[in-house]
Design a protein. Sequence first.
Length: 59
Amino acid sequence: MTAISVTKARDNIYQISEDDWNAIQETLFFNSIPGMTESIIEGGKTPLEDCLSENGVEW
């Protein structure tokens, strides 16, 4: 992520891309759901061979 910083007497302003802003918002949303962070971390530890394929999921 690249941010442009503008320093003023009272406040600092940061300009970031829309994609970066959306990623930050998504992270904040998932972190606001109780247990979600832990679930994502645990899911990341699951070996791929223990996961369902996309075709094995009923949507």
